[in-house]
Design a protein around this ligand. Structure first.
Ligand SMILES: Nc1ncnc2c1ncn2[C@@H]1O[C@H](COP(=O)(O)OP(=O)(O)OP(=O)(O)O)[C@@H](O)[C@H]1O
Length: 569
């Protein structure tokens, strides 16, 4: 192997697939985005060829402005062609895009941006105004706007692209260990944390998604969570960006989604459980779809059943389990999930399926403290509930600038490897062995006798009473069977170890307040049917649960607990 070939072989970069695909099929559509009027005009579409050459030009133009390998660059751009061009340009440049969910609390947003120590800021004009007004990302020395005028910034994206035009192919020779992006968590349990993605994490995710879901090039995808669209070009898919507010999937208009699916022959769809709820309630068949995936929180069994009814018989409905820090961890298909519905409704938790190879998923004893080193003594006895941990090629190893959080979520593990065996993919070499990072999911769960993983709720949401521990996901589905109940949330009031369990209840629309006393009695009766729910006596009715900003599906139990505390003496 000559030096040039070996350096090319070592390059790991999510953008590396793009020139290959662009060469093979330059005119294939990579993305179609709705214009401001919601229409899918050709002006808002990008072919593989255009995505490749234009992102080359932008990468070269960014380099001329000082955005180069390693430059942390906040990107605040809506899911338009500009967003995808910029993301691929930043990857090609080896720069580090920083993504924060739009719509998070403004104070938390500023904290995230400060923490990221951004060196550059690329945004729509509104984001540039906010940056100046709210003093966001003051460390950013390069500012680029996607607007028509360079107001409040150094240049427009058009200037950047013009400056780099004709520079030819760009691809930084990034190594697997180099930082590729900083992606913030959704912050459903506090201020979002910046997850450090290395190029090898993205590369592994693409392989794992392709294998777990049998994704082949040439399909047409409707990713309703825009960052997921970034995987599509690497998988050879066409992305149709839906005409909806990506921060409000629960409010998406199902007619628009159906129109896009029919018009562009969409055969795969990703959406949060809230978006699945929208499609299920709308109830129109989804004949062209072959693969639907939903993640972020458990999908209610009624929604799973309805979506399966709407899909063709040979279509698959996957509910992968994972987190920003590690994705995918495990996966289950909707039909198997439905077969296990009774167990969930009897308090077993929600089955999230079998680990996606080559993940190693292990359950450790519940502990709120940091665990620096792995030891097999940490393991919970087989079949018992503990914290879910993952070691695997897509498990990230650190948060950015959050040492305390990193210590709480990561365990170093020394792995002995025989000389002929390759080192674990996320490992670092050591004398006579290798070290890898185990990620703690912060979720409770267990394995059943068939090797399936069950999710029992978040560790921080467990309710510890004087007589034992209650897990949210083992309690709520028991009560959710009541026909007039939309959803329930278990919270604890009082000091840990002496908490009073309180069941917060959101009723179906149209149920009168006067029915609440009867429903509370009926819920207590349902609870008495199982040992673990029999102790829950306090029932509080809430007009509409707070939910997370990313998926609109995770219930804000911290907020509900504070609310419940004001009502329970
Ligand atoms: N299929 C699933 N079934 C049940 N829960 C899921 C599923 N997929 C994801 N989750 C939940 O979502 C969590 C990951 O969420 P995400 O990475 O979006 O941010 P977050 O953990 O909510 O944010 P933060 O850590 O800032 O609170 C998982 O740890 C798990 O609790």
């Amino acid at each position: 192997m000559d030096a040039d070939t070996s350096s090319r072989a070592a390059t790991v970069n999510i953008a590396a697939a793009l020139p290959r695909l662009a060469n093979a099929a330059p005119d294939r559509i990579a993305m179609r985005c709705p214009g401001p009027d919601g229409r899918y005009a050709d002006a808002h579409a990008l072919t593989y060829g255009a995505l490749d050459t234009r992102s080359d030009a932008i990468a070269a133009g960014l380099a001329a402005r000082g955005i180069v390998r390693g430059t942390r660059t906040v990107l605040m751009v809506r899911p338009t062609p500009e967003f995808f061009l910029l993301m691929f340009a930043l990857f090609k440049a080896g720069a580090v895009p920083v993504l924060v969910d739009p719509g998070i609390d403004k104070r938390a947003l500023r904290q995230c941006l400060d923490e990221a120590g951004a060196e550059a800021f690329i945004g729509i004009p509104l984001a540039q105004f906010a940056r100046v007004l709210l003093r966001w990302a003051t460390s950013a020395r390069v500012r680029i706007t996607t607007g028509r005028w360079a107001l409040l910034s150094d240049a427009t994206l058009a200037d950047v692209e013009r400056a780099g035009a004709g520079a030819g192919p760009q691809l930084a020779a990034t190594a697997g260990d180099d930082v590729a992006a900083i992606l913030f968590t959704s912050g459903s349990t506090g201020v979002p944390k910046g997850v450090v993605y290395r190029h090898r994490h993205f590369a592994a995710q693409i392989d794992m998604l392709r294998d777990a879901f049998g994704i082949g090039a040439g399909g047409v995808d409707l990713p309703t969570f825009p960052p997921f669209a970034l995987f599509d070009p690497a998988l050879g898919l066409t992305s149709i960006i839906p005409d909806m507010d990506p921060t409000r999937p629960a409010q998406a208009d199902p007619r628009k989604l159906h129109a896009a699916i029919a018009r562009f022959g969409v055969d795969q769809l990703f959406g949060s459980p809230a978006l699945m709820g929208v499609l299920a309630t709308y109830g129109k068949p989804l004949p062209g779809l072959r693969r639907v995936t939903s993640a972020g929180a458990p999908v209610p069994p009624d929604t799973v059943a309805k979506i399966l009814e709407l899909l063709p018989d040979d279509a698959r409905f996957w509910t992968p389990y994972g987190a920003t820090e590690c994705l995918p961890v495990a996966v289950i298909e909707g039909r198997e999930l439905l077969e296990l519905r009774t167990r969930t409704e009897h308090g077993a938790g929600t089955c999230v399926g079998r680990p996606v190879p080559p993940n190693e998923v292990r359950i450790i004893r519940v502990d709120d403290a940091a665990i620096p080193e792995w030891s097999d003594d940490l393991l919970a006895p087989p079949g018992t509930i503990g914290e879910i941990t993952v070691a695997g090629p897509s498990a990230t190893d650190t948060y950015f600038n959050r040492d305390a959080q990193t210590r709480l979520a990561k365990i170093r593990e020394r792995v002995e490897v025989a000389p002929i065996q390759p080192a674990p993919v996320n490992g670092r070499g050591l004398d006579g062995g290798c070290e890898r990072i185990v990620h703690r999911m912060g979720d409770l769960g267990y394995f059943d006798a068939e090797g399936r993983l069950w999710f029992c709720g978040r560790k921080g949401h467990r309710v510890v009473t004087a007589t034992g521990t209650l897990c949210t996901e083992q309690v709520e589905p028991v009560f959710n069977v009541h026909p007039e109940v939309r959803r329930t949330a278990l919270v604890g009031v009082g000091p840990k170890a002496h908490q009073t369990p309180v069941l917060c209840v959101e009723l179906e629309a149209g149920v009168a307040k006067t029915e609440q006393a009867r429903i509370a009695d009926e819920l207590r009766h349902i609870g008495e049917g199982f040992v673990h729910t029999g102790r829950i006596e306090r029932v509080l009715f809430h007009p509409g649960f707070p939910v997370d900003i990313r998926h609109n599906a995770k219930i804000g139990r911290e907020t509900l607990a504070a609310w419940a505390a004001t009502r329970v003496g």
